[in-house]
Design a protein around this ligand. Structure first.
Ligand code: SF4
Length: 180
């Protein structure tokens, strides 16, 4: 029997989830939350979502898929469309997704949550932590500030992705991050 406490893991895609989930399993029972209304276009959203579902089912990991509501996300980042990647639009994007993750954790009665976002070298972990800790405060929960890119985390997650032949996207997610 697994008596490790549950942790709600916000996951942006199967690739970024692969290594963090292995690490978290050492101390927790991860429950995956796919909440990514930032992803554009919808076909890309569905592709990343379905790849994540496939892996969760293969590994017998519980998962929850949030509603796809890109219009709400757009309203949240309004005015920041032209900001560069790693800037203020990304901080708002983290805030949006981590507030929703904290809200879901509260609903589920899970008192700790974290995110795969820090595994990517394209994300500023400090900004992810600020958003996570603020969300935790709002909902009276704990945020696990774990920097998954440490100890070659990105390399490790890419290796698992390669082994499992995951779909690997070429851009972060929103339409503004699509490289010309
Ligand atoms: S570049 Fe990525 S993190 Fe930044 S706003 Fe777009 S989807 Fe969000």
């Amino acid at each position: 029997m697994n008596d490790k406490p549950e942790i709600l893991l916000h996951a942006c895609c199967a690739v970024c989830m692969a290594y963090p989930i292995e690490l978290l399993k050492e101390n927790y029972t991860p429950v995956v939350f796919f909440c990514n209304p930032n992803i554009y276009p919808e076909e890309e959203y569905l592709r990343r979502r379905d790849e994540l579902i496939k892996y969760c089912e293969q590994e017998s990991i519980r998962y929850i898929i949030d509603d796809y509501e890109p219009e709400k996300w757009h309203a949240y980042i309004k005015g920041l469309e032209q900001e560069p990647e790693k800037g203020i639009r990304c901080s708002k994007c983290f805030e949006y997704r981590l507030n929703k993750t904290a809200q879901k954790a509260k609903e589920l009665g899970i008192d700790i949550f974290t995110t795969t976002l820090t595994v990517s070298p394209h994300k500023v972990s400090k900004n992810v932590f600020i958003s996570g800790e603020n969300a935790a405060k709002i909902f009276g929960l704990k945020f696990l500030s774990q920097d998954f890119k440490k100890q070659n985390g990105f390399l490790k997650t890419m290796e698992i992705a390669k082994k499992n032949d995951f779909y690997r996207q070429q851009y972060c997610g929103c339409e503004f991050s699509i490289r010309k």
